[in-house]
Structures are given as C-alpha cells and as structure tokens.
Design a protein around this ligand. Sequence first.
Ligand SMILES: Cc1ncc(COP(=O)(O)O)c(C=O)c1O
Length: 373
Amino acid sequence: MNLFDVYSLFDVTPVKALGCKVWDDKGQEYLDLYGGHAVISIGHSHPEYIAAVTAQLGRIGFYSNSVKNPLQAELAEKIGRVTGYEDYSLFLDNSGAESNENAVKLASFHTGKDRVIAFHKSFHGRTSGAVALTDNPAIVSPFNANHKVAFCDLNDAGGVEAELSKGDVAAVIIEGIQGCGGINLPSDAFLRDLEALCKCYGAVLILDEIQSGYGRTGKFFAHQWAGIRPDIITMAKGIANGFPCGGILISPKFEPVKGMLGTTFGGNYLAMAAANATIDIIEKEGLVENARKVGAYLKENIPASPRIKEVRGRGLMLGIEFNEDVAPIRKALLYDKHIFTGVAGKTMVRLLAPLCLSMEEAGRFISALKEIL
Ligand SMILES: Cc1ncc(COP(=O)(O)O)c(C=O)c1O
C-alpha cells in the first residue's frame, strides 16, 4: 500500500533530535529553525520530558473521560497561573483544528447564532468548520463551504462592525499573528477594537493562539501584547512538544452543559504527562523570555539585502519576505547549510524555532543567510 500522496517532501529522514538539532539517517546534523511547524517548544528530546512521558506510560497509558484524571486539573492549574487566566476553564482535545471547532461550537451554542467572521489570509485548520474559516479556497471542499463565514480585512475595524451589525454573528476568530498566511500582525489597537466591538454586539471573540501562543512571541499568548482578554483562546502545537494535544481556555461567562463538548482521546494520560512537563520546563527555563530575547536578536540581525523586502513578526515567530521565490533559498539553507526553515506562500521564509534557541544558534543562521545572499 502507498501513502496518500498529499505532502511535498524534502529528501531528509530525521532519526534523532536534541534541543534545536536534528540528525538524519546518514548522520548529518541540522539546525532546526522550524520546530516541526511551531510544535517543538522546549526543544527536542528534553530529558525531563522523556522521563515524565516514559514514567506515565509505565503507570497507565489510557482510560476515558468518564473517570477522574488529576493530570488534567494539574495542567489547568498551571496554565491558569502562568497565563493569568485563572478564572477561565480548560477543555482538552487533540489538535489545533479540533480546538477551533470546539471554540466556534461553544460560541454558537452560547449565542444561538451561526455566522462567523474570519480574516483574509487566515488559517484555522482543515476540519469542516476550521477549514471554512480558512481563507484558502484550494483546500475548502463544497461540503466545507456550506458554513456561514464572512472574511474581513485584517486591521479594518469598520469592516468588522459592518458585519457584526447585521446581528447574526456568533463569533469573530482571529490568529494572534497570522502564521500560514504570511506573518501578518493584527495591530494592538485593532485587537482592542475587536474586543470592544464583540462586547457591544454580543459576539464571542476567539483568539487562535495555536501557532502564536505558548510563549512563541515572547509573551505567553500573542494577544497579551495588546492587553486584551478574549472570550475563548485556542491552543495546540507547542502545548505538549509534539505529543498530539490541544485545548481551549473558556471565559467564566460560558456555562458548561454535560455532553456539549467531548472527545475520546482529549486530555489522555500521556498527553497530560507531556503537557505538564512542557509547561514546567517553559517556566523553569524562562523560555518565553528566551523567545523574546533571541527572536529580537534574530530580527535585528537579518542582513539588509535588496533581495529582502521586509522582516515581520515577534519573538520566535518571524517571516522574512523576499522579492523573489524563496524555494532555492530554502533548498540552499537545507542542503548546503543544513538548516530547517519554514515557508509562507512563495516569497516568505518562516522561522518557528524551538523556544530554547540560543544566541549562538541564531548567529549561525544569520551567517548562513548572509553567505547565501
Ligand atoms: C493558526 C493555526 N490554527 C490552526 C491550525 C491547525 O492545527 P492542526 O494542524 O493541529 O489541526 C494551525 C496549523 O498550522 C495554525 O497555524
């Protein structure tokens, strides 16, 4: 049997990883500035993370959500304390798309409405509602396209208000920083406008922090740069450093009703062991501050070049927008300089390094890029 051929693959087979380094099956070492698509937060193969997941596997690997699992409450307590959202509740699921599905479902239950506002260049996942909220017609099937969604321009509060004023909007969903759409930042003022508009029109404000959250931008959540408190915050990727896990933070204004949300695997023992170890390590090693410091250094030191149009982003969520197709640049970085990077569209190199990236490793990337340019 063949694999269903939907991914474009680089000719690299990783077999081992540690910190920000990855080795392939031929023993070649790579510097990882992509973190497996913003998933590796604490670094690869952290010894305390391995010990926690391994020990948990030896105790109990799985049961269902019909019994008490203190590891879930432990994670809720930690996320509440670290983020300042102690008064919110946590619902645990398995992925980013599922978190957004749950957020929108909750907003629709709460308001009794069914239309959602999303933004041009958004990416919210590939399941039915999440992909309908994604501004990429190529990945939206006719089945997905039946959801009621309006796309507004980022940073255009007037456009959002025009849609909200129609009175049928359950939620506005926005990424803390747009990732796949090309590292586009909502301005702090725009996020504050959205918060006020959603309150005024009785819509739920959902912050998708799946890529931009968990310390990546140098605050725990990217929206915290704007000082707002959304109604629902969605998380995944960095939450368990590669063990599949997602979750949503829910404001106290939502009443839980038995059975309104649910999942078989969400909050399972292994994911919880991984997520608890991840947040402990983020705190203990000061990785949010490290992301801010090393990200600022990277951003300031990207070489000036007529080939580069702009560098955008915050912390370790950075996009280098070129005036040309970046495919040859990424190939040179990977095969000649042995550095993993990401992409957004055809002209942006996207950097989503593990949050433990050192200054020396950041410097290695800067030197490599200078040589290529
Ligand atoms: C902002 C954002 N939301 C949602 C998702 C979907 O997450 P997942 O692939 O875990 O379903 C992604 C994935 O890249 C993302 O970047």
